[in-house]
Design a protein around this ligand. Structure first.
Ligand code: NOJ
Length: 516
């Protein structure tokens, strides 16, 4: 791998915190920084080494904070900038790292930049967003905001209709449309510099890097990503110079592009061509025991080869945008799913609550632009006290209702049960951390990943160390061929496998790691 690559990423296991739902320290029904600080030891004991925290900046919360109204100010509901700085310090005290969520593609309509850019009179922010030069012209291929200000134009939106797109220019501006600026024009260049200033501000305060929202969306009309890659390379140069230790992970889902752009890590996304959903979230997910992992493996290998080991492909257990893992994968099979997530290359990301199998809360009314995603964002379940220990506010003051089931999983219950998911996740993280071959940069070779067949088997290797991983979430005993003699069992879930000559018999619902 080339360029600056923070050493700690070699063995990083991330924990994603959705701040509004993690821990409420002041009984207002919503999580906050102090609440997170009080649970850092929990995250550390789980074995996680780093945190990605979803947006925590000032915002009207029309999209859970992905609609920033002030990039320089912590949202008061979470605390002050000072509190956030203290969170960084407390994280570092525990030898962990923390990434903030940077949203460079759009702001809220309430951002001061947008308010200025809505004015008819030319000013510093006239070109901060992408505006056509007539209210009657809508930008093709994008939605727009129009008719709400004195400015005669329509503004491109980047996601919801209250999220105007920041102007990074068009890769090939259409000469007929004078309003489309080139990436080298003054407006787009100023936007990039404004983003660098924001990064500089938080990195100087002590955050360790960023997860970048919709990182591939910046330059418009840029089908093969060339303009956006160049933009990120420019950001990379700035980081290498001023903050060489800053770690960057992109929500892009095309590692051949993002890693070339200088990101250290790219997420494998649950939308687009990745086939991630085949494993966890479709009618017949592979890890539910009656699915197909072969297309996923094909696509994964394609990306793995294309990314030329320039950085890491990160597979999340879930996130704030998709159904809870436990909606489709249940019981022991959840443990096998984690055995997969925690033995793949790249840095694994555990979405808060997935380590206890928190359920998707069904039929919730949308909160903060969550819509169908709201059920995966319900407050963390810690113990059997009021509101599962999340908050001491009255129950109906919780900003999202919790899982009401009497048997809802909690951290406390699971810690008391040696067979619970949380203990398995801890075990798996500890094994990963004890074996370099299983960590971020260990190579992977798939041994058995046949269409509609089980098990899934692969080898992870690093130097002399080689680990065979065999996963059978199906309810049937299955077989595959592996010619090399196995040396030492380092993990088993379920019954042992039996090897006769080169034929490996794998019991139903089991997982196995062997050194060989
Ligand atoms: C991706 C984020 O993960 C999602 O939650 C958000 O709604 C969109 N980007 C828009 O920022």
């Amino acid at each position: 791998m080339s360029g600056n690559f923070p050493k700690w990423l070699d063995n990083a296991v991330f924990y994603e915190i959705y701040p509004q739902s993690f821990m409420d320290s002041n009984a207002d029904g919503i999580g906050d920084f102090q609440g997170i600080i009080s649970k850092l030891d929990y995250i550390k004991e789980l074995g996680c080494t780093a945190i990605w925290m979803n947006p925590c900046f000032d915002s009207p919360f029309g999209d859970a904070g992905y609609d920033v109204s002030d990039y320089y100010k912590a949202a008061p509901r979470y605390g002050t900038n000072e509190d956030l700085k203290r969170l960084f310090e407390e994280v570092h005290k525990r030898d962990m790292h923390i990434l903030l969520d940077l949203v460079p593609g759009h702001t809220s309509v309430e951002h001061a930049w947008f308010k200025e850019s809505m004015k008819a009179e030319e000013n510093e922010f006239t070109h901060r967003y992408i505006w056509t030069d007539s209210i009657w012209e809508e930008p093709l291929g994008y939605g727009s905001i129009r008719g709400i200000s004195s400015r005669d134009g329509s503004c491109v939106v980047n996601f919801f209709s209250h999220q105007p797109a920041l102007n990074y220019g068009y890769y090939k501006p259409d000469p007929q449309k004078k309003w489309q600026q080139s990436v080298d024009d003054e407006g787009p260049r100023a936007t990039v510099e404004a983003m660098k200033d924001i990064m500089r501000f938080w990195l100087s305060m002590g955050c360790d890097g960023f997860r970048v929202d919709m990182a591939g969306s910046l330059v418009k009309g840029d089908e093969d990503g060339k303009g956006t890659i160049k933009l990120w390379q420019n950001v990379r140069e700035f980081l290498d110079e001023e903050f060489p230790e800053a770690a960057m992970v992109s929500e892009w889902g095309e590692p051949d592009k993002s890693l070339q752009g200088g990101f250290h890590m790219d997420f494998l996304l649950h939308f687009g061509p990745s086939h991630y959903n085949d494993l966890f979230r479709c009618d017949a997910p592979f890890f539910a025991g009656n699915g197909d992992a072969s297309e996923f493996v094909k696509k994964y290998l394609e990306n793995y080869e294309k990314s030329e080991r320039k950085g890491l492909i990160c597979i999340p257990s879930g996130n704030h945008d998709m159904d809870r893992l436990a909606r489709t994968i249940k019981g022991e099979k959840l443990k096998i799913a984690f055995a997969f997530l925690l033995t793949m290359p790249g840095a694994p990301f555990i979405y808060y609550g997935d380590e206890i199998g928190m359920r998707h809360v069904e039929n919730l009314v949308s909160v903060e632009g969550g819509y169908g995603r709201t059920g995966a964002r319900s407050p963390m379940q810690w113990d059997n006290s009021v509101n599962a220990g999340f908050s001491s506010a009255p129950k109906d003051a919780l900003y999202i209702p919790q899982d009401e089931a009497t048997d809802r999983p909690t951290v406390q219950k699971q810690l008391e049960d040696p067979d619970s998911l949380i203990h398995e996740v801890k075990r798996l993280i500890a094994i990963r951390q004890a074996h370099e071959a299983l960590q971020s940069k260990g190579e992977i070779t798939f041994i058995y990943a046949e269409q509609k067949k089980y098990p899934l088997a692969y080898v992870r290797s690093c130097g002399e160390e080689r680990v065979l991983v065999v996963l059978n979430p199906s309810d049937k005993a299955v077989e595959f061929t592996f010619a090399e003699p196995l040396k030492e069992k380092i993990y088993v879930l379920g019954d042992d496998m039996v090897v006769v000559d080169a034929s490996v018999k794998v019991p139903p619902c089991s997982a196995h790691f062997y050194l060989f």
